[in-house]
Design a protein around this ligand. Structure first.
Ligand code: ZN
Length: 186
């Protein structure tokens, strides 16, 4: 059911063709795709020799390649929308939780069990929080201590999550060699 996508890039020419097919409005509006839509309402756009979902292309144009295995989700719950400020990166688990919360889950009890499983794992962290911690740590301007304080967890729990020793299904863990190389002075 869930197929991980590989990161991709977009050329300047593709960017031009892409925005020509989007009804761009103000920053609050949904910017809907005016090109081809799938049955579920997602825009499709050719990038290189592949056809990609328009929301994934919009996110890539704004932020660079989507990290391996992550999804581009809609805050606005509007599939054809390509407004980058309505899009967020999430894991498959985030997307399932979002579906349950918005009442879109096709098999509610099945997905709700998944979400409950995550809640048992830790009350204080979620997939997106762990992902966010990893990304911020990789940017190199924040320590385990500051992250742990901010998320209300122990420094130890924070380190394990960032190293990918817990939360193993979150794909953006920081490898051990990277931790040593970039450790900041206390
Ligand atoms: Zn939108």
């Amino acid at each position: 059911m869930f197929k991980p996508h590989a990161p991709f890039t977009v050329t300047a020419d593709e960017i031009k063709r892409f925005w020509a097919l989007v009804s761009v409005g103000t920053s609050n509006d949904c910017w809907e795709w005016s090109g081809f839509l799938t049955k579920k309402g997602y825009g499709m756009f050719g990038v290189g020799d592949r056809t990609r979902r328009a929301n994934r292309v919009a996110w890539t144009i704004q932020n660079g390649p989507i990290p391996q295995g992550l999804l581009v989700c809609h805050h606005c719950d509007n599939p054809p929308c390509c407004n980058p400020s309505h899009l967020f990166l999430g894991t498959h688990m985030d997307n399932m939780r979002d579906m349950v919360e918005k009442g879109r889950s096709p098999i509610p009890s099945f997905f709700e069990n998944f979400v409950r499983g995550e809640k048992q794992h830790s009350a204080k962290l979620t997939d997106s929080k762990v992902l966010n911690m990893c990304q911020r740590y990789k940017n190199g301007d924040i320590t385990f201590e500051s992250l742990a304080t901010e998320y209300g967890i122990s420094k130890f729990a924070c380190r394990l999550a960032i190293q990918g020793r817990t939360w193993k299904h979150v794909p953006d863990a920081v490898p051990k060699f990277f931790l040593r190389r970039t450790r900041l002075p206390r």
